[in-house]
Design a protein around this ligand. Structure first.
Ligand SMILES: *Cc1c(COP(=O)(O)O)cnc(C)c1O
Length: 369
């Protein structure tokens, strides 16, 4: 039996990649903001409809160094319903994450619960656009303005998503994207910080921080790290970007089939498309309610695994219940996130997933056995 994984990295034709990397053998410029790196930044600025894109070796380091560049202090209000990276990036900067519960429909931060968490130590809000669902960016902007807080979005799931014709990265002070192999757009490993305008010379600060804090030949003026995207990664990005619209369209076909088969089934909850949002079809999460459906999330996951179909309990566990944070943070403080984390399963989704396979997955989910 063939394996069906939760995702499958998109790749250009082998010859296309070889063609793209050929001139690296002439230039011998392999990393340190080379020609392909610069070309990819420019092309992404256009694609993402944002003034500035700063590339990184991966999404996590982009977020960690962005937080450093912003000079945040004290507490950061964030969500536990995310990948480990979001919370770790806050903690590794010596800051305290304060966890806000999530909205049960979009799985993004519940904006009605943010203000109660703000204290004199709060310096920023760090929400996540979960599964490609956009946060309530307008409400968050108002809260941030009222309390003079910075807003950084973890936009790792929202590459290519637009709201009323504006790119997902146009909201807040800055957004982080991940270009990991499993994401809708990837550079093998990679990431970016995106923002409009250039608040406080952010572009230059990020440039320094990803290169050891080196300002010029004789000046090192920041405690930086090494997080430069190399030319082979950028080349993969340039190739993948050419095919991205088609990839997203093909993902959309898979999503439509899942919706046709699974909507309206008692005990199953799908993520609704958002109003005025151009989606990227990054993930297909399904909530299994054991009170109404014949089996719970874990049983469905096991049943599919026996048929070599690999789903993902994403996000489970939530970050405030990680072993490394034991005794510090408590999942019970965010009951909606905790509940969702026990019920949600993301189903296989990638551009080339055959619709017959989607049907087989749905049959297995729907037939009690
Ligand atoms: C993938 C991901 C990251 C981390 O990105 P990497 O490129 O793997 O370092 C951060 N946050 C979220 C929500 C992600 O899905």
């Amino acid at each position: 039996m063939k394996d069906i994984f939760v995702t499958r990295s998109s790749m250009p034709a082998f010859e296309e990649y070889v063609e793209e990397i050929k001139d690296i053998w002439d230039s011998r410029w392999l990393t340190n903001m080379g020609k392909k790196h610069c070309e990819l930044e420019t092309k992404l600025e256009r694609y993402l409809k944002v003034d500035h894109v700063s590339l990184f070796s991966n999404g996590h380091m982009a977020l960690e160094l962005l937080i450093q560049a912003m000079g945040l202090s004290g507490e950061v209000i964030t969500t536990p319903f995310t990948f480990a990276s979001t919370t770790h990036a806050i903690v590794r900067n010596g800051l305290k994450p304060v966890f806000c519960d999530i909205n049960p429909d979009t799985y993004t931060m519940d904006v009605t619960k943010i203000e109660a968490l703000i204290t004199e130590h709060t310096s920023a809000i760090l929400p996540v656009h979960v599964y490609g669902n956009l946060c309530d960016v307008e409400a968050i902007a108002k809260i941030a303005e009222r309390h003079k807080l910075k807003v950084i979005y973890d936009a790792a799931h929202t590459f290519g998503v637009e709201y009323q014709g504006r790119g997902a990265a146009s909201f807040g002070d800055a957004s982080m994207f991940s270009f990991h192999a499993t994401k809708v757009f990837h550079t093998i490993e990679g990431g970016a910080v995106c923002f409009n305008g250039d608040p406080g010379g952010l572009k230059e600060d990020l440039y320094g921080l990803k290169n050891f804090g080196i300002r010029d030949e004789v000046t090192v003026d920041a405690v930086g790290a090494n997080s430069k995207m190399n030319e082979f990664q950028a080349a993969m990005g340039l190739c993948n970007l050419r095919h991205l619209d088609e990839e997203i369209e093909k993902r959309g076909r898979v999503v439509s089939r899942y919706r046709e088969r699974l909507s309206g089934v008692p005990g199953l909850k799908l993520s609704a498309p958002q109003d005025k949002v151009k989606p990227n079809h990054a993930y297909f999460p399904v909530l299994f309610d054991p009170a109404e459906f014949y089996a719970d999330r874990d049983a469905i996951s096991e049943k599919l695994k026996k048929e070599h179909i690999f789903t993902r309990k994403y996000f489970y566990p939530i970050t405030n219940s990680f072993a490394c944070y034991r005794g510090l943070y408590h999942a019970e403080d965010t009951p909606v996130a905790l509940d969702v984390s026990h019920k949600v399963l993301t189903l296989p989704l990638y551009a080339d997933l055959p619709l017959e396979d989607v049907d087989r997955i749905c049959d297995l989910i729907l037939e009690p056995s």
